[in-house]
Design a protein around this ligand. Structure first.
Ligand code: NFA
Length: 101
């Protein structure tokens, strides 16, 4: 019998699938104060003042802005926590998630 049929491969190809990333998206609204949006971005997403301002103003002008990407669970947890932070103050602030292409 030829070796190719009897000798098992010893070099195993490491098959590590990357988890699909999900975007957290900030939605604009007419009521949540800009400074509050910035404070939530800093607290929940650990971005600095300048980037938080940039994300907030982009959502304000364009309607939506991608905040960051994470694994599905982390994205959903952060979006929920950030939305709850607004709700706790009576604001309609909303964060959603969607899978990356
Ligand atoms: N549009 C809000 C305002 O003018 C600010 C805002 C920005 C809210 C981004 C939500 C998201 N006060």
């Amino acid at each position: 019998m030829p070796d190719s049929l009897t000798i098992p491969r010893t070099k195993v190809r490491p098959k590590t699938e990357r988890p699909k990333l999900h975007k957290v998206i900030l939605l604009n609204d007419d009521y949540t104060p800009r400074e509050f949006v910035v404070s939530v971005l800093k607290a929940e997403f650990h971005v600095g003042e300048d980037l938080a301002q940039k994300i907030m103003i982009t959502a304000h002008r364009r309607g939506v802005c991608v905040v960051a990407v994470f694994t599905k669970d982390v994205a959903e947890t952060k979006a929920t926590r950030a939305t709850e932070a607004g709700k706790a103050k009576g604001y309609p602030l909303q964060f959603t998630t969607e899978p990356e292409e």
